[in-house]
Write a protein that binds this ligand. Structure first.
Ligand SMILES: *Cc1c(COP(=O)(O)O)cnc(C)c1O
Length: 460
């Protein structure tokens, strides 16, 4: 039977033996490779040895590998993936009907695991390599809590200690996230803490501070580099994380090939770029090799517009300036989205891989205002049943907008978007929307200029 004639089910479930056995590394097919991470003091590209005190050895190799297209997924990681993969590709027929669009809309749902998002795909890989190296444990930071939860689950599977520095305001406001992490055996410390030099300094300088992601990163890195048998792990932005997340796109590609689905447009939300980088990986590979063409759209919050209004320069990866510098689209390492910003995706920078691809014209980017994002989330929840994460809802917004354009033109485009997670822990944001208290915020050019001014000019 020809693939075209196969009836496409509402949910396309792959077989267990169709879970990818290798990750795909887009860098292998990029003519212009992403710029290397550099040392802020020497401005030299970081070498393996420079990163060894911070990251696990095998993860550094993956971070630096711009050449190997397919990297085998170790068997224990494949085994863990079976607990929640393959994830379904769903044909959003109810959404199509509600919109009255001739477009065909599909979404890949990554929220079907306890951590509730795609972050587990990389967490389990990072925990595995730490275990393989014989480490005692790992440290990390978490803001809203998705990454910390994912890493806690992964560490408990491999019997590794997991120390999570959680931004104090989230620690207090999201007690349920914290308890999920503790249930999986992680230690969760509100940041800034009194356990680290950086934490004590920040507490002394700003008594009563509720913390920031940048500060939590600095604490986690300090603890990793000063504790024997520990390394630091990060849940987005890095090349290795995009590599692990390619499992999303590879499954989508398999499902598409099986049913003769040819996407015209692929859409993902962009915080640090990991889910989008993973979703588009095999499609971008085809595009880079000149085998096929797709429109690829990154959607970011209007309040944190790294791609659309940022600068493509070397900047610090964290507010505390303890991490290496990356060349990426950035709003400046001091940029903090306005407090009324509810929808996640608050990182000031962007994956160096996606930054290079965007710079070279392989993908587009647009922003969405949060009230419009929650409007899309509400419609999606009501017609497709799943309560989406606010982050994911940026992609829903753009998918709906593209489908409505098709309604005007009568074009039957095929749209695929990434539904990265569930919104169960984001009910305060939904509450603000339901109460009509949600407001939009767009930073002024002056505000951004102030933040850009703090990016060091390295002349690179
Ligand atoms: C963390 C997160 C994101 C954004 O991170 P990326 O690295 O840009 O993918 C998006 N959606 C959900 C549900 C998340 O938890």
């Amino acid at each position: 039977m020809a693939a075209e004639t196969k009836k496409i089910p509402y949910k396309i479930y792959l077989e267990e033996n169709e879970i990818p056995t290798s990750w795909y590394n887009m860098r292998a097919d990029m003519k212009n490779k992403p710029a290397p991470l550099i040392h802020p003091g020497t401005l030299q590209p970081l070498k393996f040895e420079d990163m060894q005190p911070i990251f696990c050895d095998e993860l550094i190799r993956q971070e630096l590998d711009d050449e190997t297209a397919f990297i085998p997924i170790p068997q224990p990681i494949q085994d863990f993936y079976k607990m929640y993969r393959p994830s379904p590709l769903t044909h959003a027929v109810f959404l199509e009907e509600a919109l009255g669009t001739p477009a065909h809309i599909y979404y890949k749902f990554e929220g079907n695991n306890t951590s509730g998002s795609h972050k587990l795909n990389s967490a389990i890989a990072q925990a595995y390599y730490a275990k393989e190296q014989g480490l005692k444990g790992v440290t990390t930071e978490t803001g809203a809590g998705q990454w910390g939860t994912a890493l806690s689950m992964a560490c408990s599977f491999f019997n590794l200690d997991c120390k999570v520095y959680m931004v104090k305001v989230s620690y207090e406001q999201k007690p349920f996230r914290r308890e999920v992490m503790r249930t999986y055996g992680a230690t969760v410390t509100p940041s800034p803490s009194m356990e680290t030099n950086i934490g004590r300094a920040i507490n002394a300088e700003h008594p009563g501070t509720t913390g920031s992601l940048g500060c939590a990163i600095s604490e986690a890195v300090e603890v990793a580099t000063t504790s024997e048998g520990y390394r630091y792990e990060l849940g987005s932005v890095l090349n290795q994380v995009l590599l692990h997340q390619s499992v999303i796109g590879l499954e989508v590609k398999t499902a598409c090939d099986k049913y003769g689905i040819k996407p015209d447009i692929i859409i993902g939300c962009a915080g640090g770029g990991s889910n989008l980088g993973g979703l588009i990986a095999p499609f971008m590979g085809e595009k880079l090799r000149g085998e096929a063409d797709y429109r690829i759209i990154a959607v970011e919050p209007a309040s944190c517009p790294s791609f659309t209004r940022g600068k493509f320069v070397y900047d610090f990866a964290d507010t505390g300036k303890v991490c290496p510098m990356a060349k990426m689209y950035t709003l400046g390492h001091d940029y903090i989205p306005s407090p009324n910003h509810a929808g996640g995706l608050r990182y000031h920078g962007m994956s160096p891989i996606l930054s290079q691809l965007y710079h070279d014209g392989y993908m587009e980017a647009r922003t969405a205002e949060q009230s419009k994002v929650f409007e899309a989330a509400e419609l999606f929840a009501r017609v497709e049943g799943t309560l989406p994460a606010p982050e994911s809802s940026h992609a829903i917004r753009a998918a709906i907008d593209e489908a409505l354009k098709c309604k005007e033109t009568g074009e039957e485009k095929t749209i695929i978007f990434g539904l990265t997670g569930t919104g169960y822990f984001d009910m305060t944001a939904y509450e603000a929307y339901n109460d009509g208290r949600m407001t939009d915020y767009i930073p002024s050019d002056e505000e951004l200029a102030e933040s850009f001014a703090k990016i060091p000019d390295l002349g690179l």
